[in-house]
Design a protein around this ligand. Structure first.
Ligand code: NAP
Length: 354
């Protein structure tokens, strides 16, 4: 009997954040019947911060995604999200939309238009052949004429047990996402890092906080001169030089309540009371599985090869969201570029007659 030939997909979306699911919505509505490989639900992915639904699923309230002012979405969530997944979601807090809720809604929207889902990790890509071929961790292969990579990035943490313990209870890696929450208002906060992101986060947090301690391991910031000046000029920012975060202090009732800081120049430990600790020590894009098959930047992000397009170094492979963007890194910009990637893929397929 002749071997059954695999019918290639028109488009496969790899990823599960706002970029991936928005790409799925647009390509589904363009009748491309996208297959979304959303990642596996494993302990390894949980620890790495790469579970399905991405970084937004690790945050609490989302107050800057247009369309979700403060209000009670509970009834809408009940009616919009598939029952089996709604049952697994945390209770709605009646303040607008949370990261996990927003992601479930965007995912559901894509499913409603016919997106199909594989809950597994892509472990190998072959972009040298056409159609392209992807292999998932269970050994299955999937062929596709176009691929949209939207695997995002993960915030770097230091790896301290106390940091893990108080994540979402004072410890965060996104001031723009979490900074305005009540627990951080008019209270001292800490930002770890000395780059542009750390200054930006400290500057942003200073709008709400009583004091922001920047904890930097050297005696000179990595941040650009203009950003370093911004930190120096802000009366609410105090830089603690030559210090590293040794432990987040806290308790079950209050979450994070302070930090213990070690000296990198032989001084005694220092303790500061804070209600929030923000890590700003860089992000790592989820590009390792590409294994050199797409051109990356020097920081391992996928390189967009054409201004204002989502093209990559391989024709027919598109990139969207944080995996190709270390600059804006917002849910709305990721969604926007997911939409762009779907339109780019649709036009590519049409031009090739596929
Ligand atoms: P970054 O420039 O790589 O800075 C990371 C900072 O974290 C450095 O100060 C580094 O210390 C510190 N760090 C790293 N690992 C650490 C560890 N294990 N323990 C303690 N400290 C640690 O990253 P970024 O600030 O996220 O910036 C990324 C890129 O985006 C940069 O090109 C930046 O210019 C750009 N950006 C620009 C803007 C803007 O212009 N408005 C805003 C944000 C980001 P060392 O300095 O000692 O290495």
């Amino acid at each position: 009997m002749p071997e059954e030939k695999e019918v290639p997909e028109k488009v496969i979306v790899i990823g599960s954040g706002p970029a991936a699911w928005t790409a799925a919505i647009y390509s589904a509505r363009a009748a491309l019947q996208p297959l979304v490989v959303e990642g596996a639900i494993t302990e390894e992915n949980r620890l790495a911060g790469t579970l399905p639904l991405g970084q937004l699923a690790l945050t609490t309230e989302v107050e800057n995604y247009p369309g979700f002012p403060v209000g009670d979405l509970g009834a809408y969530l009940d009616s919009a999200v598939a029952e089996d997944r709604r049952r697994l979601m945390p209770p709605h807090n009646k303040e607008g939309v949370s990261g996990p809720e927003l992601m479930e809604l965007i995912r559901q929207q894509a499913m409603n238009f016919g997106a199909r889902v594989v809950t597994d990790d892509v472990v190998e890509v072959d972009f040298d052949r056409r159609p392209f071929r992807l292999t998932t961790s269970d050994g299955a292969t999937h062929e596709s004429h176009a691929v949209i990579v939207a695997t995002g990035a993960r915030a770097n943490y230091l790896g301290l047990p106390s940091e893990e313990k108080y994540k979402n209870r004072g410890v965060s890696a996104c001031a723009v996402c979490d900074g305005a929450l009540p627990r951080f208002r008019n209270k001292p906060l800490a930002v770890v890092g000395g780059g542009d992101s750390a200054v930006e986060e400290a500057d942003y947090l200073a709008k709400f906080a009583s004091t922001v301690y920047m904890i930097h391991r050297r005696d000179e910031l990595r941040a650009s001169k203009i950003m370093a000046r911004r930190a120096a000029d802000n009366p609410k920012i105090e830089i603690l030089w030559n210090r590293t975060l040794a432990e987040v202090l806290g308790d079950d009732a209050n979450g994070a309540t302070g930090v213990r800081l070690q000296s990198t120049v032989g001084q005694p430990d220092l303790t500061k009371e804070v209600t929030g600790v923000f890590l700003a020590i860089g992000h790592t894009p989820n590009t390792a599985f590409l294994n050199g098959k797409l051109e990356l930047t020097e920081k391992n992000y996928i390189r967009w090869t054409t201004p204002a397009r989502t093209y990559t170094s391989v024709e027919g492979v598109f990139a969207a969201g944080d995996v190709a963007d270390d600059y804006y890194r917002q849910a709305i910009t990721a969604s926007g570029s997911g939409c762009m990637a779907a339109l780019d893929a649709e036009r590519y397929l049409a031009a090739k007659g596929l």
